[in-house]
Design a protein around this ligand. Structure first.
Ligand code: SAH
Ligand code: SF4
Ligand code: F3S
Length: 434
Protein backbone atom coordinates (compact mmCIF):
# COMPACT_ATOMS: atom_id res chain seq x y z
CA UNK A 1 0.00 0.00 0.00
CA UNK A 2 1.19 3.52 -0.83
CA UNK A 3 0.56 6.29 1.70
CA UNK A 4 -1.55 9.43 1.33
CA UNK A 5 -1.52 12.43 3.67
CA UNK A 6 -4.54 14.74 3.38
CA UNK A 7 -5.03 18.09 5.05
CA UNK A 8 -8.63 19.28 5.07
CA UNK A 9 -9.62 22.94 5.38
CA UNK A 10 -13.15 24.37 5.33
CA UNK A 11 -16.56 22.98 6.15
CA UNK A 12 -18.20 19.63 6.94
CA UNK A 13 -18.76 19.03 3.22
CA UNK A 14 -15.04 19.22 2.62
CA UNK A 15 -14.48 16.77 5.45
CA UNK A 16 -16.87 14.36 3.75
CA UNK A 17 -15.16 14.93 0.38
CA UNK A 18 -11.89 13.93 2.02
CA UNK A 19 -13.49 10.65 3.10
CA UNK A 20 -14.59 10.06 -0.50
CA UNK A 21 -11.10 10.92 -1.80
CA UNK A 22 -9.52 8.43 0.60
CA UNK A 23 -12.07 5.74 -0.35
CA UNK A 24 -11.41 6.21 -4.06
CA UNK A 25 -7.63 6.26 -3.72
CA UNK A 26 -7.78 3.22 -1.51
CA UNK A 27 -9.88 1.13 -3.85
CA UNK A 28 -8.48 2.19 -7.21
CA UNK A 29 -4.92 3.31 -6.50
CA UNK A 30 -3.97 1.26 -3.40
CA UNK A 31 -3.35 4.17 -1.03
CA UNK A 32 -3.95 4.18 2.72
CA UNK A 33 -4.23 7.37 4.80
CA UNK A 34 -1.45 8.40 7.22
CA UNK A 35 -0.83 11.33 9.59
CA UNK A 36 2.82 12.01 8.81
CA UNK A 37 3.52 14.13 5.79
CA UNK A 38 7.18 13.09 5.53
CA UNK A 39 6.25 9.42 4.92
CA UNK A 40 3.58 10.11 2.31
CA UNK A 41 3.80 9.10 -1.36
CA UNK A 42 0.98 11.51 -2.08
CA UNK A 43 0.11 14.77 -0.31
CA UNK A 44 -3.27 16.41 -0.85
CA UNK A 45 -4.63 19.70 0.44
CA UNK A 46 -8.42 19.79 0.33
CA UNK A 47 -8.92 23.55 0.22
CA UNK A 48 -11.50 26.15 1.21
CA UNK A 49 -12.11 29.41 -0.61
CA UNK A 50 -14.81 31.04 1.45
CA UNK A 51 -12.54 33.78 2.80
CA UNK A 52 -9.20 35.11 1.60
CA UNK A 53 -7.25 33.74 4.55
CA UNK A 54 -7.51 30.00 3.74
CA UNK A 55 -6.42 30.74 0.16
CA UNK A 56 -3.29 32.55 1.37
CA UNK A 57 -2.70 29.62 3.74
CA UNK A 58 -2.80 27.19 0.80
CA UNK A 59 0.15 28.78 -0.99
CA UNK A 60 2.27 29.12 2.14
CA UNK A 61 1.57 25.48 3.04
CA UNK A 62 2.26 24.21 -0.45
CA UNK A 63 5.75 25.69 -0.20
CA UNK A 64 6.35 24.06 3.18
CA UNK A 65 4.95 20.69 2.10
CA UNK A 66 7.07 20.71 -1.05
CA UNK A 67 10.22 21.13 1.07
CA UNK A 68 9.22 18.46 3.61
CA UNK A 69 7.93 15.76 1.24
CA UNK A 70 9.99 12.69 0.51
CA UNK A 71 11.65 12.37 -2.90
CA UNK A 72 9.20 11.45 -5.63
CA UNK A 73 6.08 12.18 -3.57
CA UNK A 74 3.25 13.86 -5.49
CA UNK A 75 1.27 16.91 -4.38
CA UNK A 76 -2.39 17.49 -5.32
CA UNK A 77 -4.77 20.36 -4.62
CA UNK A 78 -8.48 19.55 -4.24
CA UNK A 79 -11.59 21.41 -3.03
CA UNK A 80 -13.03 24.88 -3.46
CA UNK A 81 -9.82 26.81 -4.16
CA UNK A 82 -8.96 24.18 -6.74
CA UNK A 83 -12.34 24.92 -8.37
CA UNK A 84 -11.83 28.65 -8.45
CA UNK A 85 -8.12 28.95 -9.29
CA UNK A 86 -7.72 25.81 -11.45
CA UNK A 87 -4.55 25.77 -13.50
CA UNK A 88 -3.34 29.05 -11.93
CA UNK A 89 -2.39 26.92 -8.93
CA UNK A 90 0.12 25.01 -11.08
CA UNK A 91 1.36 28.32 -12.53
CA UNK A 92 2.06 29.68 -9.05
CA UNK A 93 3.34 26.40 -7.63
CA UNK A 94 4.74 24.38 -10.58
CA UNK A 95 5.56 21.37 -8.39
CA UNK A 96 1.80 20.72 -7.90
CA UNK A 97 0.96 17.50 -9.79
CA UNK A 98 -2.82 17.82 -10.16
CA UNK A 99 -5.82 20.02 -9.34
CA UNK A 100 -9.26 18.51 -8.65
CA UNK A 101 -12.19 20.83 -7.88
CA UNK A 102 -14.87 20.34 -5.22
CA UNK A 103 -17.38 19.01 -7.76
CA UNK A 104 -14.91 16.55 -9.32
CA UNK A 105 -14.08 14.15 -6.52
CA UNK A 106 -14.92 11.25 -8.86
CA UNK A 107 -11.88 12.22 -10.99
CA UNK A 108 -9.34 11.79 -8.21
CA UNK A 109 -8.07 8.32 -9.22
CA UNK A 110 -7.47 9.46 -12.76
CA UNK A 111 -5.78 12.69 -11.62
CA UNK A 112 -3.22 10.82 -9.53
CA UNK A 113 -2.02 9.02 -12.67
CA UNK A 114 -2.28 11.94 -15.12
CA UNK A 115 0.54 14.50 -14.85
CA UNK A 116 -0.71 18.09 -14.37
CA UNK A 117 -4.38 17.11 -14.72
CA UNK A 118 -6.84 19.90 -13.92
CA UNK A 119 -10.50 18.85 -13.36
CA UNK A 120 -12.66 21.75 -12.24
CA UNK A 121 -15.97 21.46 -14.09
CA UNK A 122 -18.59 22.70 -11.63
CA UNK A 123 -21.37 21.13 -13.72
CA UNK A 124 -19.92 17.66 -13.17
CA UNK A 125 -22.58 15.44 -11.62
CA UNK A 126 -20.83 13.49 -8.89
CA UNK A 127 -24.13 12.04 -7.69
CA UNK A 128 -24.07 9.42 -10.43
CA UNK A 129 -20.88 8.14 -8.93
CA UNK A 130 -20.91 5.41 -6.32
CA UNK A 131 -18.12 6.12 -3.86
CA UNK A 132 -16.47 3.42 -1.83
CA UNK A 133 -16.96 3.40 1.94
CA UNK A 134 -14.50 5.20 4.19
CA UNK A 135 -15.37 7.06 7.38
CA UNK A 136 -13.31 8.99 9.93
CA UNK A 137 -15.72 8.04 12.68
CA UNK A 138 -17.23 4.66 13.42
CA UNK A 139 -20.15 6.17 15.28
CA UNK A 140 -21.19 9.16 13.17
CA UNK A 141 -21.83 8.89 9.46
CA UNK A 142 -21.69 12.06 7.43
CA UNK A 143 -23.87 11.85 4.33
CA UNK A 144 -24.17 14.32 1.47
CA UNK A 145 -27.82 14.93 0.70
CA UNK A 146 -27.23 17.65 -1.88
CA UNK A 147 -24.31 19.10 -3.79
CA UNK A 148 -23.73 22.74 -4.74
CA UNK A 149 -25.88 25.74 -3.93
CA UNK A 150 -28.75 27.44 -5.73
CA UNK A 151 -28.62 30.70 -3.81
CA UNK A 152 -26.61 33.71 -4.86
CA UNK A 153 -25.71 35.41 -1.59
CA UNK A 154 -23.71 38.38 -2.84
CA UNK A 155 -20.69 37.78 -0.57
CA UNK A 156 -20.33 34.05 -1.20
CA UNK A 157 -18.03 32.19 -3.57
CA UNK A 158 -19.51 28.73 -2.90
CA UNK A 159 -21.92 28.63 -5.89
CA UNK A 160 -18.87 29.33 -8.10
CA UNK A 161 -16.83 26.54 -6.54
CA UNK A 162 -19.46 23.83 -6.03
CA UNK A 163 -21.89 24.61 -8.84
CA UNK A 164 -25.65 24.32 -9.00
CA UNK A 165 -27.62 22.54 -6.34
CA UNK A 166 -28.56 18.92 -7.02
CA UNK A 167 -30.30 16.70 -4.49
CA UNK A 168 -29.05 13.15 -4.10
CA UNK A 169 -31.83 10.56 -4.53
CA UNK A 170 -33.35 9.48 -1.24
CA UNK A 171 -32.68 5.76 -1.79
CA UNK A 172 -28.92 6.40 -2.16
CA UNK A 173 -28.91 8.39 1.10
CA UNK A 174 -30.89 5.75 3.00
CA UNK A 175 -28.73 2.89 1.67
CA UNK A 176 -25.54 4.68 2.62
CA UNK A 177 -26.81 5.26 6.15
CA UNK A 178 -27.90 1.62 6.48
CA UNK A 179 -24.43 0.46 5.41
CA UNK A 180 -22.84 2.73 8.02
CA UNK A 181 -25.25 1.45 10.71
CA UNK A 182 -24.08 -2.11 10.00
CA UNK A 183 -20.56 -0.94 10.79
CA UNK A 184 -21.62 0.66 14.08
CA UNK A 185 -22.86 4.16 13.24
CA UNK A 186 -25.57 5.54 15.51
CA UNK A 187 -25.65 9.12 14.29
CA UNK A 188 -26.49 10.38 10.80
CA UNK A 189 -25.12 13.82 9.93
CA UNK A 190 -26.88 15.11 6.80
CA UNK A 191 -24.85 17.56 4.76
CA UNK A 192 -25.53 20.22 2.16
CA UNK A 193 -25.09 23.98 1.68
CA UNK A 194 -28.81 24.32 1.95
CA UNK A 195 -30.15 21.12 3.47
CA UNK A 196 -33.71 22.26 3.91
CA UNK A 197 -34.02 23.02 0.22
CA UNK A 198 -33.59 19.26 -0.30
CA UNK A 199 -35.72 17.66 -2.98
CA UNK A 200 -36.26 20.59 -5.35
CA UNK A 201 -33.78 19.58 -8.06
CA UNK A 202 -32.76 16.03 -8.94
CA UNK A 203 -30.45 15.24 -11.84
CA UNK A 204 -32.80 12.51 -13.10
CA UNK A 205 -35.83 14.80 -13.15
CA UNK A 206 -37.74 12.73 -10.59
CA UNK A 207 -40.66 14.10 -8.59
CA UNK A 208 -39.88 16.79 -6.01
CA UNK A 209 -39.90 16.04 -2.31
CA UNK A 210 -38.74 18.02 0.72
CA UNK A 211 -36.32 17.93 3.65
CA UNK A 212 -39.01 17.18 6.22
CA UNK A 213 -39.94 13.99 4.33
CA UNK A 214 -36.28 12.99 4.16
CA UNK A 215 -35.90 13.50 7.92
CA UNK A 216 -38.90 11.25 8.52
CA UNK A 217 -37.43 8.52 6.32
CA UNK A 218 -33.97 8.70 7.90
CA UNK A 219 -35.50 8.47 11.36
CA UNK A 220 -37.17 5.17 10.40
CA UNK A 221 -33.76 3.49 10.01
CA UNK A 222 -33.26 1.00 12.84
CA UNK A 223 -30.01 1.67 14.67
CA UNK A 224 -29.93 5.41 13.97
CA UNK A 225 -30.33 7.11 17.34
CA UNK A 226 -29.38 10.65 16.48
CA UNK A 227 -29.87 12.80 13.38
CA UNK A 228 -28.06 16.07 12.79
CA UNK A 229 -27.83 18.28 9.71
CA UNK A 230 -26.02 21.34 8.42
CA UNK A 231 -26.59 23.95 7.04
CA UNK A 232 -30.25 24.79 6.95
CA UNK A 233 -31.27 28.17 5.46
CA UNK A 234 -33.56 30.43 7.53
CA UNK A 235 -35.65 31.18 4.44
CA UNK A 236 -36.73 27.53 4.11
CA UNK A 237 -37.54 27.04 7.80
CA UNK A 238 -41.27 26.59 7.32
CA UNK A 239 -43.61 25.54 10.14
CA UNK A 240 -43.74 21.93 8.94
CA UNK A 241 -39.94 21.67 9.17
CA UNK A 242 -39.73 23.30 12.61
CA UNK A 243 -42.53 21.07 13.93
CA UNK A 244 -40.78 17.93 12.67
CA UNK A 245 -37.54 19.17 14.24
CA UNK A 246 -39.37 19.64 17.53
CA UNK A 247 -41.39 16.40 17.56
CA UNK A 248 -39.04 13.82 16.11
CA UNK A 249 -37.18 12.30 19.07
CA UNK A 250 -34.27 11.14 16.89
CA UNK A 251 -33.49 14.67 15.65
CA UNK A 252 -30.90 16.31 17.89
CA UNK A 253 -32.09 19.50 19.49
CA UNK A 254 -29.34 21.66 18.09
CA UNK A 255 -29.88 23.79 15.03
CA UNK A 256 -27.75 26.17 12.96
CA UNK A 257 -29.74 29.24 11.90
CA UNK A 258 -27.26 31.38 9.93
CA UNK A 259 -28.15 35.04 10.48
CA UNK A 260 -25.31 36.80 8.58
CA UNK A 261 -26.76 40.22 9.48
CA UNK A 262 -29.57 41.49 11.69
CA UNK A 263 -30.32 44.43 9.41
CA UNK A 264 -33.09 43.91 6.87
CA UNK A 265 -31.35 46.40 4.58
CA UNK A 266 -28.04 44.50 4.69
CA UNK A 267 -29.84 41.15 4.32
CA UNK A 268 -31.44 42.52 1.16
CA UNK A 269 -28.05 43.60 -0.18
CA UNK A 270 -26.70 40.16 0.69
CA UNK A 271 -29.69 38.61 -1.20
CA UNK A 272 -30.50 36.38 1.76
CA UNK A 273 -34.24 36.45 1.05
CA UNK A 274 -35.48 37.04 4.63
CA UNK A 275 -35.91 39.99 6.99
CA UNK A 276 -34.86 40.59 10.57
CA UNK A 277 -38.46 39.95 11.64
CA UNK A 278 -38.70 36.61 9.81
CA UNK A 279 -35.44 35.48 11.37
CA UNK A 280 -36.60 36.43 14.89
CA UNK A 281 -39.95 34.81 14.32
CA UNK A 282 -38.32 31.51 13.25
CA UNK A 283 -36.02 31.47 16.27
CA UNK A 284 -38.91 32.28 18.61
CA UNK A 285 -40.91 29.41 17.15
CA UNK A 286 -37.98 27.02 17.54
CA UNK A 287 -37.36 28.10 21.15
CA UNK A 288 -41.05 27.90 22.05
CA UNK A 289 -41.43 24.35 20.69
CA UNK A 290 -38.04 23.07 21.85
CA UNK A 291 -37.18 24.51 25.29
CA UNK A 292 -33.74 22.88 25.54
CA UNK A 293 -32.65 23.74 21.98
CA UNK A 294 -29.19 25.14 21.32
CA UNK A 295 -29.11 27.56 18.38
CA UNK A 296 -25.88 28.37 16.56
CA UNK A 297 -25.38 30.98 13.88
CA UNK A 298 -22.97 32.60 11.40
CA UNK A 299 -22.47 36.36 11.43
CA UNK A 300 -20.59 38.52 8.94
CA UNK A 301 -19.58 41.99 10.13
CA UNK A 302 -18.46 44.80 7.84
CA UNK A 303 -20.47 43.84 4.76
CA UNK A 304 -20.33 46.76 2.26
CA UNK A 305 -22.65 49.57 3.32
CA UNK A 306 -23.18 48.24 6.89
CA UNK A 307 -23.86 51.39 8.94
CA UNK A 308 -23.71 51.72 12.73
CA UNK A 309 -27.52 51.37 12.78
CA UNK A 310 -27.35 48.21 10.67
CA UNK A 311 -24.78 46.73 13.00
CA UNK A 312 -26.95 47.70 15.99
CA UNK A 313 -29.66 45.49 14.43
CA UNK A 314 -27.21 42.56 14.41
CA UNK A 315 -26.47 43.12 18.11
CA UNK A 316 -30.20 43.42 18.74
CA UNK A 317 -30.87 40.00 17.17
CA UNK A 318 -28.03 38.48 19.21
CA UNK A 319 -29.56 39.94 22.40
CA UNK A 320 -32.99 38.59 21.54
CA UNK A 321 -32.02 35.10 20.36
CA UNK A 322 -29.08 34.59 22.76
CA UNK A 323 -27.33 32.14 20.43
CA UNK A 324 -25.53 29.29 22.16
CA UNK A 325 -22.77 29.45 19.55
CA UNK A 326 -21.71 32.11 17.04
CA UNK A 327 -19.26 31.67 14.18
CA UNK A 328 -18.34 35.26 13.39
CA UNK A 329 -16.43 36.55 10.41
CA UNK A 330 -15.14 39.82 9.06
CA UNK A 331 -16.47 40.28 5.56
CA UNK A 332 -13.84 39.13 3.07
CA UNK A 333 -14.22 40.29 -0.55
CA UNK A 334 -14.24 37.28 -2.86
CA UNK A 335 -13.85 36.88 -6.62
CA UNK A 336 -16.93 35.70 -8.58
CA UNK A 337 -19.25 37.49 -6.12
CA UNK A 338 -21.47 40.54 -6.57
CA UNK A 339 -20.40 42.24 -3.33
CA UNK A 340 -16.78 42.65 -4.42
CA UNK A 341 -17.80 45.59 -6.63
CA UNK A 342 -20.18 47.19 -4.13
CA UNK A 343 -19.58 50.75 -2.99
CA UNK A 344 -19.01 51.59 0.66
CA UNK A 345 -16.54 48.85 1.57
CA UNK A 346 -16.06 49.01 5.34
CA UNK A 347 -12.61 49.68 6.80
CA UNK A 348 -10.78 46.88 8.55
CA UNK A 349 -10.68 48.93 11.80
CA UNK A 350 -14.47 49.30 11.87
CA UNK A 351 -14.98 45.60 11.07
CA UNK A 352 -12.53 44.56 13.81
CA UNK A 353 -14.34 46.74 16.35
CA UNK A 354 -17.70 45.24 15.35
CA UNK A 355 -16.31 41.72 15.49
CA UNK A 356 -15.10 42.36 19.03
CA UNK A 357 -18.51 43.74 20.03
CA UNK A 358 -20.13 40.53 18.78
CA UNK A 359 -17.60 38.39 20.65
CA UNK A 360 -18.02 40.30 23.92
CA UNK A 361 -21.82 40.19 23.82
CA UNK A 362 -21.78 36.51 22.93
CA UNK A 363 -19.50 35.69 25.88
CA UNK A 364 -22.24 36.81 28.28
CA UNK A 365 -24.73 34.44 26.66
CA UNK A 366 -22.19 31.59 26.47
CA UNK A 367 -21.48 31.85 30.19
CA UNK A 368 -25.19 31.98 31.02
CA UNK A 369 -26.12 28.96 28.92
CA UNK A 370 -23.11 26.83 29.83
CA UNK A 371 -23.55 27.52 33.55
CA UNK A 372 -27.16 26.39 33.32
CA UNK A 373 -25.84 22.83 32.70
CA UNK A 374 -24.20 22.70 36.17
CA UNK A 375 -25.53 19.81 38.32
CA UNK A 376 -27.80 18.71 35.47
CA UNK A 377 -27.78 15.15 34.17
CA UNK A 378 -27.46 14.94 30.39
CA UNK A 379 -27.15 12.05 27.92
CA UNK A 380 -23.79 12.11 26.16
CA UNK A 381 -22.88 10.17 23.04
CA UNK A 382 -19.18 9.33 23.44
CA UNK A 383 -17.23 9.34 20.22
CA UNK A 384 -13.59 10.25 20.85
CA UNK A 385 -10.74 9.31 23.16
CA UNK A 386 -8.43 12.23 23.98
CA UNK A 387 -4.68 11.76 24.56
CA UNK A 388 -5.02 12.99 28.17
CA UNK A 389 -7.27 10.05 29.05
CA UNK A 390 -10.53 11.94 28.75
CA UNK A 391 -13.45 10.74 26.69
CA UNK A 392 -15.32 13.27 24.61
CA UNK A 393 -18.88 13.43 23.35
CA UNK A 394 -21.85 15.64 22.62
CA UNK A 395 -25.17 16.12 24.37
CA UNK A 396 -28.29 15.79 22.28
CA UNK A 397 -28.28 19.58 21.93
CA UNK A 398 -24.63 19.63 20.86
CA UNK A 399 -22.77 20.83 23.91
CA UNK A 400 -19.25 19.35 24.19
CA UNK A 401 -18.69 17.16 27.25
CA UNK A 402 -15.49 15.61 28.61
CA UNK A 403 -15.34 12.88 31.29
CA UNK A 404 -12.60 10.70 32.70
CA UNK A 405 -13.05 7.31 31.12
CA UNK A 406 -11.73 4.67 28.83
CA UNK A 407 -12.14 3.24 25.38
CA UNK A 408 -15.04 0.91 26.15
CA UNK A 409 -17.32 3.94 26.54
CA UNK A 410 -16.90 4.87 22.88
CA UNK A 411 -20.05 4.53 20.80
CA UNK A 412 -22.30 4.57 23.89
CA UNK A 413 -24.90 7.09 25.02
CA UNK A 414 -24.58 7.48 28.80
CA UNK A 415 -26.01 9.78 31.49
CA UNK A 416 -23.47 12.30 32.79
CA UNK A 417 -23.75 14.66 35.74
CA UNK A 418 -22.14 18.00 34.83
CA UNK A 419 -19.69 19.17 37.47
CA UNK A 420 -17.81 21.98 35.70
CA UNK A 421 -18.89 24.46 33.04
CA UNK A 422 -16.43 26.32 30.84
CA UNK A 423 -17.27 28.80 28.11
CA UNK A 424 -17.19 26.25 25.28
CA UNK A 425 -17.24 22.84 26.99
CA UNK A 426 -18.50 20.93 30.00
CA UNK A 427 -16.91 18.41 32.31
CA UNK A 428 -18.80 15.70 34.19
CA UNK A 429 -19.04 12.27 35.76
CA UNK A 430 -20.75 9.23 34.32
CA UNK A 431 -23.65 8.13 36.52
CA UNK A 432 -23.96 4.52 35.42
CA UNK A 433 -22.73 2.34 32.57
CA UNK A 434 -25.43 0.64 30.58
N1 SAH B 1 -24.46 27.47 3.12
C1 SAH B 1 -24.17 27.99 4.37
C2 SAH B 1 -22.87 28.71 4.49
C3 SAH B 1 -21.63 28.23 3.88
S1 SAH B 1 -20.27 29.30 4.01
C4 SAH B 1 -25.25 29.02 4.73
O1 SAH B 1 -25.86 29.61 3.89
O2 SAH B 1 -25.37 29.23 5.91
C5 SAH B 1 -20.09 29.41 5.76
C6 SAH B 1 -20.15 30.79 6.29
O3 SAH B 1 -19.04 31.55 5.85
C7 SAH B 1 -21.34 31.62 5.86
O4 SAH B 1 -22.48 31.33 6.60
C8 SAH B 1 -20.87 33.02 6.08
O5 SAH B 1 -21.15 33.47 7.38
C9 SAH B 1 -19.38 32.91 5.92
N2 SAH B 1 -18.93 33.57 4.67
C10 SAH B 1 -19.24 33.23 3.41
N3 SAH B 1 -18.68 34.10 2.54
C11 SAH B 1 -18.00 35.00 3.29
C12 SAH B 1 -17.23 36.16 2.98
N4 SAH B 1 -17.05 36.56 1.73
N5 SAH B 1 -16.67 36.85 4.00
C13 SAH B 1 -16.85 36.44 5.29
N6 SAH B 1 -17.58 35.38 5.63
C14 SAH B 1 -18.15 34.66 4.65
FE1 SF4 C 1 -23.10 30.69 0.15
FE2 SF4 C 1 -25.54 31.63 0.46
FE3 SF4 C 1 -25.15 29.29 -0.75
FE4 SF4 C 1 -24.74 29.50 1.86
S1 SF4 C 1 -26.70 29.78 0.83
S2 SF4 C 1 -23.41 28.51 0.35
S3 SF4 C 1 -23.94 31.56 2.06
S4 SF4 C 1 -24.53 31.30 -1.52
FE1 F3S D 1 -15.02 26.40 2.15
FE2 F3S D 1 -15.97 25.28 0.01
FE3 F3S D 1 -16.92 24.61 2.37
S1 F3S D 1 -15.41 27.39 0.20
S2 F3S D 1 -16.71 26.49 3.53
S3 F3S D 1 -14.86 24.26 1.67
S4 F3S D 1 -18.07 24.83 0.51
Amino acid sequence: MKKVFIETLGCAMNVRDTEHIIAELNKKNSYEPIDTLEDADLIIINTCSVREKPVAKLFSELGIFNKKKKDGAKIGVCGCTASHLGKDIIKRAPYVDFVVGARNVSKISQAVNTPKMVAIDINNDDTTFEFEEYRNSLYRCSINISLGCDKSCTYCIVPATRGQEISIPQEIIINEIKKAVQKGAKEAFLLGQNVNNYGTNFSDGREKTNFTNLLKEVSKIDGIERIRFTSPHPLHMDDEFIEEFAQNPKICKAIHVPLQSGSTKVLKNMKRGYTKEWFLNRCEKIRSLVPNVRISTDIIVGFPGESDEDFADTLDVIKKVKFEQIFNFKYSPRPHTAAIDMKDQISSEVSTKRLNDVIELHKIHQDETMNSFLDQTVDVFFEDLKPNGEIFGYTDNYASVFVKGSEELLGKVLPVKITKAYRTSLFGEILETK
